[in-house]
Design a protein. Sequence first.
Length: 183
Amino acid sequence: MAGIFKESVLTKKGIELLAKAQAGKCTIKLTGAVTGSGSYTEDENLSERTELKEVRQSFNLNVIKVQNETNVYAKFVITNRPESGALAQGYYVKEIGIYAEDPDGGEILYAIAVAVEDQWDYMPSYNGMLASTITVEFLIEVANASEVVIQSPEGNYLFDEASGAKYKLGIENGLLFYEEVEE
């Protein structure tokens, strides 16, 4: 079963960052994604959130594409692979947050999406043999921002969903590259 999520919401800090970007004062720099197992009620104001309720894992964004003048498409893979940190206990993915760098306030929760009740995906703990993955595609509002940047911290890797191969992504002399990492 594929998890079903409600429409994502920009947080108040996300809206403030978007306003700065629209005014040409900064660039929206997306820094990563976080998943959690927190539950929400229908009347909770998601825009007030500054973090997820029950953070379980964090991930780099693997793909980011400008969709149109107002939205950016981001993709990342939730996994229980040992390289993504030890996941000792499985959990239901009920909340997803996208983080961004605010030049005045540091890293902020930019957008949040919560799952529809009882429509969650389960991420099991790693069993030592077969890794599990959940691919997440996320639309993020950036309405008329002049530039959006993806940040991929050094030491983190991308995984080929089909083959399971591990790749390092980097920039050298202004050229983007990727190379397969042998273990």
